[in-house]
Design a protein around this ligand. Structure first.
Ligand code: DP6
Length: 361
């Protein structure tokens, strides 16, 4: 096989109904590495110009003696257990292609890595999307989502733009736990997302470990899958009707429901900080005074708030939020598109030497 560099760009996604907790072996799951979720989830893909983007080049070559992975200019240790788990997706793709050639992967993120914004989602989606193309595999996005999920659960939703559902599925082999597009990025232009960075620091406990602890120790979590599935039904209806108030209420309820199971974990997981709480109070205050849902907040596994609102209410939210001290940066996003194949000139790999191209993002 001729060495072929494939370069792609992908975007993170923001879950409006969250994924938190995997099925364990025997719970309609034959292998925990499949990352099979306890409940279905729904996300929007985020687009913010040159911010919030992953760019990745992949090449498989017989000249490589082992896999190599460079992230944001730094060579990564592929002996690391978590990275090895994530690279299982590549192993799966190799099996499908019937090859054993090693890969060079060069990747850049244009947003704070591991800050609670899901850089792993766009990163893993970029990796499998680019790798499947580099291996010449002709598989559709839904099928690819099954493999991407093995790298990181939430990553399977970044294979699509717009509003995306990840079905829980029932089969122990995970073949029905796939992501699909509910509506594309052009469906609801008025939706705006304000991402308030309250700290760019790396989070204390990874989602992977956090959700494992929650499944093992939280009593509240036993209620979570049923609640999340109900939220998914309700939010799908709200999105179909473009009913912002109904959608906003579910977004906030679902985020807080997930965080309550984190708090009920032993030892407790507390991702929100004082500024996150100030943001919750400010939005509640605004919604109360306007007697409608002007904005809806949500938080992933970190303290950064994402506020979803209509474009026409953006100024109102910003003026309220700007009263809060300590927000480091606000990134504005819209509902964005799925992965893109980039041209050869955008490659991050020097094909002659099979090394990362310096100073190229
Ligand atoms: C809070 O997808 O990062 O962002 O499957 O172990 O890689 P792994 O976890 P990950 O978890 C994301 C959790 C979340 C909620 C969500 O995105 O649905």
């Amino acid at each position: 096989m001729e060495d072929k560099i494939v370069t792609v760009s992908t975007r993170p996604n923001l879950a409006l109904v969250k994924y938190w907790g995997k099925r364990r072996k025997g719970e309609e799951c034959e292998d925990p590495f499949l990352n099979l979720p306890q409940n279905s989830s729904l996300s929007i893909t985020l687009e913010s110009g040159k911010d919030l983007l992953t760019k990745t080049s992949v090449v498989f070559s017989g000249k490589l003696s082992k896999d190599e992975f460079y992230l944001d200019g730094k060579k990564q240790d592929l002996e690391d257990k978590e990275l090895q788990e994530r690279f299982l997706a590549i192993k799966k793709l190799r099996e499908l292609a019937g090859v054993n050639t090693k890969a060079l992967v060069v990747s850049y993120n244009t947003f704070p890595t591991a800050s609670g914004l899901a850089s792993s989602a766009s990163g893993l989606a970029a990796l499998t999307f680019a790798a499947s193309k580099a291996l010449g595999l002709d598989i559709g996005s839904e099928r690819l989502s099954e493999i991407t999920r093995i790298g990181s659960g939430s990553a399977c939703r970044s294979l699509f733009g717009g509003f995306v559902v990840w079905d829980r599925g029932r089969k122990p082999d995970g073949s029905d736990s796939i992501a699909w597009q509910l509506f594309n990025e052009d469906y609801w232009h008025e939706i705006t997302i304000l991402i308030c960075i309250t700290t760019p620091k790396k989070k204390k406990i990874s989602s992977r470990l956090g959700m494992k602890n929650t499944v093992e120790s939280s009593e509240f979590f036993k209620l979570r899958p049923k609640i999340a599935e109900a939220h998914l039904k309700q939010i799908t209806e709200a999105i179909k009707k473009k009913d912002f108030s109904a959608m906003g209420r579910i977004i906030m309820k679902d985020a807080m429901n997930m965080h309550s199971t984190m708090l009920d974990t032993m030892p407790p997981i507390i991702y929100l900080n004082d500024i996150s709480k100030e943001i919750i109070y400010a939005i509640e205050d605004l919604n109360e005074s306007e007697k409608r849902i002007v904005g809806a907040y949500t938080f992933d596994a970190g303290p950064n708030a994402c506020i979803i609102c209509m474009k026409s209410d953006k100024a109102k939210i910003l003026s309220k939020i700007n009263e809060i001290k300590g927000i480091e940066r606000i990134i504005e996003a819209k509902v964005g598109s799925g992965p893109k194949l980039l041209s050869e000139s955008e490659s991050l790999i020097d094909i002659k030497n099979l090394t990362p191209l310096q100073n190229k993002k």
